[in-house]
Design a protein around this ligand. Structure first.
Ligand code: ZN
Length: 385
């Protein structure tokens, strides 16, 4: 179980963010909206995950937490990704409500505003009220577009824990030798493990496009990471780090709208089915821990809806001997996944009619009671009761 040995991580950063990112005019915050402060957390069960390894009779053993939680929420058995089957576009479609077809490394922005921007603009919400915590390092621009009238000043704070971690490696290496060589080697081994948890491996690129956290905030985060890594319970994967950062953000800022992007199961591109299955089970565990946090955190309990969905599936075994490696065939096992909604404002049960990934943003906007521009997605009434 992940336990935070260094509570100061993000705490200091939080103060710094509050100081640095919240413009003075926002600090004079308008009165709280009169409707209930429903909070929304969208979690991508991410990296590419097939139905057959999850909500099928033979797959349930890989997802014990979600399998147990299914009856407590509303399960949508047919959630269809009709868009481009890449990580960036699929996730961007989830947060914009429109199918996106942009450069998949986040160099281009989405062609329609994100729900973060709609929310912050309509509710005049401060910068600390919308966050995207993403394992996928190419998601720097996931929080905002460049659409006129919207944009970064109204977007989500985007944290890429793995990128911060890489920069923290520099700090570790620069640290003086007082720590002892053995310790340093141990730390570097741990770092290596985390950095290799995605499929990119050595030589991966850091994408610097998109919103950069304020330099001082970033320095604080990096320092916190170094301290954390030196602690006794370092996370051992990118998604665990993402969970840890997400939980800290929830405890520090209690944002009303958050995207948590898990991604480790994309390790499947490397071809080891057992690693893919392990990642599925780890994601299940982290989703369960996020739900536990919602339940135990007074800022979230009884007022939060958690939407958990794979952003895409993976190729079916009928395409090749090892279909799980990729997600480019466009067949049903790539497109047809599921969504589990937990928490407040929903009717428990199961829905078989097809919904789609773009419906998530439309539903989030409706739950937040904010207007949006045109969306291809439709609101899902079962989670708007
Ligand atoms: Zn992939």
């Amino acid at each position: 179980m992940l336990k935070l040995p260094k509570r100061d991580f993000l705490k200091l950063a939080g103060l710094a963010i509050a100081e640095k990112l919240v413009p003075p005019w926002v600090r004079a915050r308008p009165a709280e909206p009169s409707h209930a402060e429903r909070k929304l957390v969208v979690v991508t069960f991410g990296g590419g995950c097939r139905y057959q390894e999850t909500f099928t009779p033979q797959g349930l053993r890989n997802i014990p937490r979600l399998a147990a939680l299914k009856t407590e929420g509303r399960f949508f058995s047919n959630c269809v990704n009709s868009g481009v089957l890449s990580h960036y576009n699929s996730t961007s479609s989830i947060v914009t409500g429109n199918w996106q077809r942009v450069d998949d490394f986040g160099f281009d922005r989405a062609a329609s505003p994100t729900v973060f921007e709609y929310y912050r603009k309509a509710a005049r919400a401060p910068a600390t009220d919308a966050w995207a915590i993403c394992t996928n390092k190419s998601f720097a621009s996931m929080g905002a577009t460049r659409i006129r009238g919207y944009g970064e000043s109204l977007g989500a704070n985007v944290v890429l824990p793995k990128q911060l971690l890489l920069e923290a490696v520099d700090e570790v290496i620069k640290r003086d030798l007082d720590q002892g060589v053995a310790d340093r080697e141990n730390v570097l081994r741990q770092l290596e493990g985390i950095l290799n948890a995605g499929y990119e491996g050595i030589g991966w690129t850091i994408f610097r496009g998109g919103r950069q956290l304020d330099r001082q905030v970033k320095e604080t985060l990096k320092r916190g990471l170094v301290e954390y890594i030196y602690g006794p319970e370092a996370p051992n994967s990118g998604d665990e780090l993402t969970f840890f950062v997400a939980r800290e953000v929830m405890r520090e800022f209690a944002p009303r709208l958050m995207l948590v992007n898990f991604w480790d199961m994309d390790v499947a591109h490397w071809g080891a089915y057992s690693l893919y299955l392990q990642a599925v089970t780890k994601t299940d565990r982290l989703c369960g821990m996020l739900w536990d946090e919602v339940q135990s955190n007074p800022a979230y309990r009884d007022k939060t809806t958690l939407l958990i969905l794979p952003e895409l599936g993976r190729d079916g075994d009928q395409d090749t001997a090892n279909g799980f490696l990729n997600h480019r065939s466009g067949d049903a096992s790539c497109r047809n996944v599921w969504m589990l909604a937990l928490g407040t404002g929903l009717e428990k049960g199961e829905t078989d009619r097809p919904i789609s990934h773009v419906d998530a943003a439309a539903t989030v906007a409706a739950a937040l009671d904010i207007p949006t521009g045109e969306m291809q997605g439709r609101r899902i009434d079962e989670i708007l009761v």
